[in-house]
Design a protein around this ligand. Structure first.
Ligand code: GDP
Length: 433
């Protein structure tokens, strides 16, 4: 669902407008600095279009300068919303605080709709026209109090939202998803690729000095095509032209850039090496979905297997969320488990949590386990939003710094609640002092 954020300095009538859009007459919250409400995101709709309405007015907790606070609201809106409603009091005209908002809004590429509020009758229409001077587009004269003009304004908001996928229409045949098969030299990447492709074929002419060095291969697995990126870096005949080390380092990062999911292949006939861990970390840093694959399983005996699992748990505890498959490129063991693991990780990577759902979950979590007090102050979490997917990225708006421990706690709980198996997730804070 798209997000529409309402910004503007206090007393322009943001809350009344929000209530008007939600179709509520009651509960107009006073626009007094210091008033904090516990909810700022609402489910709303107009002309059959659903969206999340965010009232940034709920954060006016005082302390810092007015212009700064509203600029922060606008900053927040510019970063997270799909469209912004900028509310101005037409009867007052443009103030410094309004100008501060405009400076922020000018920098964003997000659509802005100016609501010229308190135009309760024809007498104030001229006031609204003056707001063209803000330089952020057509002012829509509205009266949040009486409802006048809000329909036209909402039409403009809906028109500015990104196109919704129309119902009943077939999803276009999606492109094959892109896999990077990575791992240190000799773990069996080339053998695994051959096993998956089903033949020992040469796909590139190993001509020294060729410039076409990023060659992708499409391989059908589990009934659908997958693109393995930069297989020239894996194929032995081609690789022989360059040092193995070259591929192990440079190649991995360029392959990751173009991939959506990485299979990190490791060799269980050797102890896990620092280089293996490094490749895993590269994947996490690149923000790609991850599958851990342990190759040469055929070389293990029962006892070694037991200790190996423990060793892996310990060494790869940072990515305990990643699915694992134990395979043998030599015997073909468990090759069929690769596709479900890839699908799991990609599903986690693609996940988007609706803002409303995220916040109602977070509110409960924070009520049960508040952030630790820091410097005598209790940081508050005002609002959270998933700013992006692939990988999932969350922004927490807080009134103070959250300790690493607490952020890890939130990440752990996010995973418990919403999944994200196989995907790194990013959690950032925006602090308003
Ligand atoms: P790459 O450098 O990661 O591409 O590794 P290769 O595919 O070239 O394999 C390195 C060595 O490991 C070769 O001698 C392979 O025959 C061997 N190898 C690969 N996979 C397996 C496996 O599943 N079991 C065993 N026993 N050996 C394997």
């Amino acid at each position: 669902k798209p997000v529409v954020a309402v910004v503007g300095r206090p007393n322009v009538g943001k809350s009344s407008l929000v209530n008007r859009i939600l179709g509520r007459r009651e509960a107009v919250v006073e626009d007094v600095p210091g008033v904090t409400r516990d909810r700022v995101a609402y489910d709303a709709s107009w002309q059959e279009r659903q969206f999340t309405l965010v009232d940034t007015g709920g954060w006016e907790t005082g302390a810092s300068g007015l212009a700064k606070v509203v600029a922060q609201q606008a900053e927040y809106a510019a970063q997270t919303a799909d469209a912004i409603v900028f509310v101005v009091d037409a009867t007052v005209g443009i103030t410094d605080a309004d100008a501060a908002v405009v400076r922020v809004l000018r920098r964003t590429s997000k659509p802005v709709v100016v609501a010229a509020n308190k135009v309760d009758g024809e007498r104030q229409e001229a006031d609204a026209l003056e707001l063209w001077n803000l330089g952020v587009g057509e002012p829509f004269p509205v009266s949040a109090l009486h409802g006048r003009g809000t329909g036209d304004m909402l039409d403009a908001v809906i028109a500015a939202l990104p196109q919704a996928p129309s119902e009943g229409e077939e999803e276009p045949e999606s492109a094959p998803r892109r896999i990077a098969l990575v791992g240190r030299p000799n773990v069996g990447k080339s053998s695994l690729l051959n096993r998956l492709a089903g033949e020992d074929r040469v796909v590139v002419d190993a001509v020294a000095g060729t410039t076409r060095d990023a060659v992708d291969e499409v391989i059908e697995l589990g009934g659908r095509p997958w693109t393995f990126v930069d297989t020239a870096g894996i194929r032995r005949r081609f690789r022989a032209l360059q040092g193995a080390d070259y591929y192990a380092t440079v190649r991995t990062s360029t392959a990751l850039e173009r991939a959506e999911v990485a299979v990190v292949l490791m060799d269980v006939s050797d102890p896990l090496a620092e280089q293996d861990i490094r490749v895993v970390e590269q994947v996490v840093e690149a923000g790609r979905a991850l599958v851990l694959a342990f190759n040469k399983w055929d070389t293990l005996d029962e006892e070694r297997r037991y200790y190996l699992e423990k060793e892996i748990d310990r060494q790869l505890s940072r990515v305990s969320w990643a699915p694992r498959v134990n395979v043998s490129a030599k015997t073909g063991r468990h090759m069929e488990r690769l596709v479900p693991a890839l699908e799991t990780s990609l599903a986690g990577w693609d996940t988007r949590i609706p803002t409303g759902r995220l916040n109602s979950w977070l509110k409960e979590l924070v009520a049960a386990t508040p952030p630790p007090v820091r410097g005598g102050k209790q940081p508050k979490i005002l609002f959270a939003t998933q700013a992006d997917a692939r990988p999932p990225q969350f922004v927490l708006f807080t009134t103070g710094f959250l300790e690493d421990n607490y952020r890890r706690f939130i990440e752990r709980r996010l995973r418990e609640e919403f999944g994200f198996e196989g995907s790194p997730i990013k959690l950032t804070m925006r602090i308003r002092e």
